[in-house]
Design a protein around this ligand. Structure first.
Ligand code: 2AM
Ligand code: CA
Ligand code: CA
Ligand code: CA
Length: 269
């Protein structure tokens, strides 16, 4: 994608996402209408749906030849990343949105012919925008984020992960995850995959790993983390197919190999 096209697309996407965030803050003054999706841990509100409808409408009006992959049903059914594809999660961290009224984000990644061009993660209540354009670095609001430190040892790392790793799971033996948790300095759980990617990019956590995420959870984060020299793979260290569900390990290069080789592959099921 040409730099000038990328720049104008970025400005437009940013404007819509900030506007969508302002709408969410306003809609939150009214009681939330909550529905259960697949199970009581999997929720959606009319604000999630309205936000996605708003963004999808803007994209379809101004960029009719672009495609959209999104969580709440306003997207297209795509099996290819050809052309320009937006991957949007209107509210990432819906449980936080409902229970905490904060710690959720709008996440939007824009890809062209499969290459990540623009990533935007907007912490709506913190009014904090993490962003990146391919090859131009990553930003937290107007502040450029430095490259990730290469020197961090796993023993001095803070790892974002949730307790699901300690419940028997199809990916890895629980004993190996206990060992990993004993090895790192500390673990944290934030409940929004997009924000957890952003925190890796910011360097306030050294890594984030999770059992399964969808394309709209990771599309923006991969681009932003990549711009500060971080890596995103599945937890086995393999390439992530953006069109599919994947396990995710995102971190600096130094701890990536340690986690994959000494913990995940050692305990692989
Ligand atoms: P969501 O809020 O958009 O659903 C919660 O730990 C994180 O995992 C959130 O980013 C959440 O996104 C994501 N997630 C992905 N699939 C999920 C599922 N089936 N149930 C709950 N959270 C899910
Ligand atoms: Ca959801
Ligand atoms: Ca999500
Ligand atoms: Ca969501």
């Amino acid at each position: 994608m040409k730099a000038e096209i990328r720049n104008s697309l970025y400005e437009q996407a940013k404007e819509w996402i900030l506007e969508a965030g302002a709408r969410i803050r306003k809609q939150m003054r009214d009681p939330l209408v909550i529905s259960i999706k697949s199970n009581p841990q999997d929720l959606v509100t009319t604000v999630d749906e309205e936000t996605e409808r708003f963004l999808a409408g803007k994209i379809r009006e101004l960029y009719p030849d672009h495609h959209l992959i999104s969580e709440e049903g306003f997207g297209d059914n795509l099996n290819s990343m050809k052309g320009t594809v937006w991957l949007i999660d209107p509210i990432d961290g819906t449980t936080n949105f409902i229970h905490q009224r904060r710690n959720f984000a709008i996440s939007a990644g824009i890809y062209h012919d499969g290459i990540g061009e623009i990533g935007l993660i907007y912490d709506v209540m913190g009014d904090c925008l993490y962003s990146a354009k391919k090859g131009e670095g990553a930003f937290k609001n107007e502040e450029r984020l430095p490259q990730l430190r290469e020197g961090a040892m796993l023993e001095r790392s803070v790892l974002a992960m949730n307790n699901k790793w300690l419940i028997p799971n199809p990916v890895v033996q629980v004993e190996k995850m206990e060992e990993l948790i004993r090895t790192v300095r500390a673990t944290r759980t934030y409940g929004s995959a997009a924000l957890e990617f952003a925190y890796v990019a910011e360097g306030i956590v050294d890594g984030y790993m999770t059992i399964q995420l969808s394309p709209w959870d990771i599309a923006a984060g991969i681009i932003i983390v990549n711009e500060v020299g971080g890596v995103t793979t599945n937890v086995f260290g393999e390439h992530v197919d953006i069109l599919k569900k994947n396990s995710i390990l995102v971190c600096n290069k130094k701890i990536h190999g340690r986690i994959v080789n000494d913990f995940i592959l050692e305990g692989k099921k």
